[in-house]
Design a protein around this ligand. Structure first.
Ligand SMILES: Cc1cc2nc3c(=O)[nH]c(=O)nc-3n(C[C@H](O)[C@H](O)[C@H](O)COP(=O)(O)O)c2cc1C
Length: 317
């Protein structure tokens, strides 16, 4: 496949302008190694590692297998009490780039700049994009309304146009890409690359259950719904029988507590904690509580494949 040259490939020294997006519970070192070998790059949420020791073992595993750049996703808001430690480890290991989500990336940018570590920031609108640009980010991850996980609310094309017109930073589009046609469409709108998550869930290397992978094969875009049950913010899940049974809205008590000035912080933390535990149970064990996070681009998944094959199929014209 002919290599492509864009601001993203130049910045990282990779062959194709694609980031295998960080996915809570799903991404692991094996997937990233395969992504790097296939000419793209990949990122893992630091939160996928419970301890700094495990995190370091993951980084060591990748570094031993490839010298290509890869990324780590850091959650920057208060819910991530291990952020300082994770950031220090990323800097020590000189990871290729950090992808920030939720909360201000200010500390991350300040710590990474002196070491040449690139910082790409998740944004869903122009206001936030201008803020991270002023802070010195290296690129914008434009999370649109087709993205898996915590989606934005602007369509892919409109968001790319809005950001490329009003910001100087390169724009990487996140959400809804499942084949080459869509990749090319995002690039023709002005994106310098794409960040692609959902289509990699059903990969041989992903550590999640066969049931979760099979669900990504058998369900499609029409089966994706938004739930606020997991974290309090809107998050995409597959509309399984279990999701239908428990609904996608928080209950009246959670809603009331969420509005209470004094209790809101704690309610949010508890909702988040409970939601993450539920996701974890569904991702790793045979459970009837099938709360599986995925975006509409699972529409383009028709079999479980190795990461290498997913990348080849994605890039195939
Ligand atoms: C299962 C799943 C978990 C995700 N977890 C994270 C995460 O931990 N941090 C993050 O910044 N984005 C997360 N995302 C969002 C992805 O990084 C990316 O923006 C999104 O998958 C792009 O849309 P796509 O799924 O249509 O490719 C997650 C997405 C999915 C599907």
């Amino acid at each position: 496949m002919e290599k492509m040259k864009t601001a993203l490939t130049e910045m990282l020294g990779i062959d194709y302008p694609v980031i295998m997006a960080p996915m809570f519970l799903v991404s692991n070192a094996k997937m990233v190694i395969e992504a790097c070998k296939a000419g793209i790059t990949g990122a893992i949420p630091a939160l996928n590692y419970r301890t700094d020791k495990e995190f370091r073992a993951g980084l060591d595993e990748i570094k031993a297998a490839t010298d290509k750049p890869f990324g780590i996703n850091l959650i920057c808001n208060k819910s991530n009490i291990r952020m300082e430690e994770q950031l220090a480890t990323c800097v020590e290991y000189r990871v290729g780039f950090i992808l920030t989500s939720l909360g201000s990336p200010e500390k991350v940018i300040a710590a990474c700049k002196p070491h040449g570590i690139k910082v790409f920031c998740d944004v869903i609108d122009l206001d936030y994009a201008l803020k991270v640009e002023a802070l010195g980010a290296d690129a914008l991850i434009a999370v649109n309304n087709q993205a898996g996980g915590h989606a934005g609310n602007i369509s892919p094309k409109d968001l790319i146009t809005l950001l490329t017109k009003n910001c100087k930073l390169p724009v990487i589009s996140a959400g809804g890409v499942g084949n080459r046609k869509q990749l090319d469409e995002m690039m023709s709108r002005g994106a310098c690359g794409v960040s692609v998550g959902s289509i990699f869930i059903a990969s041989d290397e992903a550590p999640v259950t066969q049931d979760y992978k099979n669900a990504c094969v058998s369900y499609g875009a029409k089966d994706i719904v938004m739930t606020t049950k997991l974290s309090g913010s809107r998050c995409t899940v597959i509309n399984t029988d279990y999701v239908k049974e428990v609904g996608t809205e928080q209950n009246w008590l959670e809603k009331i507590l969420n509005k209470n000035k004094h209790l809101k912080k704690w309610t949010k933390m508890i909702t988040f904690y409970k939601g993450m535990k539920l996701l974890e149970k569904a991702a790793f064990t045979a459970s009837y509580q099938t709360m599986w996070c995925a975006g509409p681009s699972i529409e383009f998944v028709s079999e479980i494949r190795p990461v290498k094959k997913i990348v080849e199929d994605l890039l195939k014209p």
